[in-house]
Design a protein around this ligand. Structure first.
Ligand code: IMP
Ligand code: MG
Length: 178
């Protein structure tokens, strides 16, 4: 099967419309919780980029944007357990209210790494907002404070999430090859 055939056979798990609705709900929850306080929003590259860019446009407090690159999967569909920092943030986050935007929390290994890294920089507060959460796959104590959808163990792509670097631009969340 070539890539365009695979793309056509992507089963829609969460539609673009459902994603839009949930983003608005999550952002209004965050808007209420932060009461107009300044927030540093950190996008986890690369998978968080689509979710992040939708979320920041629905958040109404003073907002600064930072980008943190981590890589954990190599090219496959299971976590190597080894997390690598590929890009660091620019501005100090000490005494800042930080919200991290992730695409998905699966084993939680990446999230544990991120939390440890950022906690050491002494933010005023640190919360995690993940679009997707696979609660049954979790192997650590780390879990998102906010999440869009809990899903099963299936490997998903689209809306920022990739398989071997592809499919990030799909407007929905899909399951490959079904
Ligand atoms: P964890 O360290 O196992 O929690 O995995 C987190 C990272 O693995 C995420 O930030 C994703 O980049 C990637 N990942 C985990 N599950 C999936 C999936 O179903 N599709 C695409 N990427 C995934
Ligand atoms: Mg990722």
């Amino acid at each position: 099967m070539n890539e365009s055939q695979k793309l056509q056979s992507t089963k829609v798990l969460i539609s673009a419309e459902k994603l839009r609705e949930r983003v608005v709900e999550l952002a209004s929850q965050i808007n209420q919780d932060y009461h107009g306080r300044e927030v540093t929003a950190i996008c986890i590259l690369k998978g968080g980029v689509v979710f992040f860019s939708d979320m920041i446009r629905s958040m109404d407090m003073p907002l600064k944007c930072e980008f943190l690159g981590v890589s954990s999967y190599g090219g496959g569909t299971t976590s190597s357990g080894e997390v690598k920092l590929t890009h660091d943030t620019n501005e100090p986050i000490e005494n800042k209210h930080v919200i991290v935007f992730e695409d998905i929390v699966d084993s939680g290994l990446t999230l544990s790494y991120i939390i440890k890294l950022l906690e050491a920089r002494k933010p005023a507060s640190l919360k995690i907002c993940s679009l997707l959460f696979k609660p049954e796959s979790l192997k650590t104590d780390a879990h998102p404070d906010y999440y869009g959808f809990a899903i099963g163990g299936e490997f998903v792509v689209g809306y920022g999430l990739d398989y071997a670097g592809l499919y990030r631009g799909l407007p929905h969340i899909g399951v490959l090859g079904v």
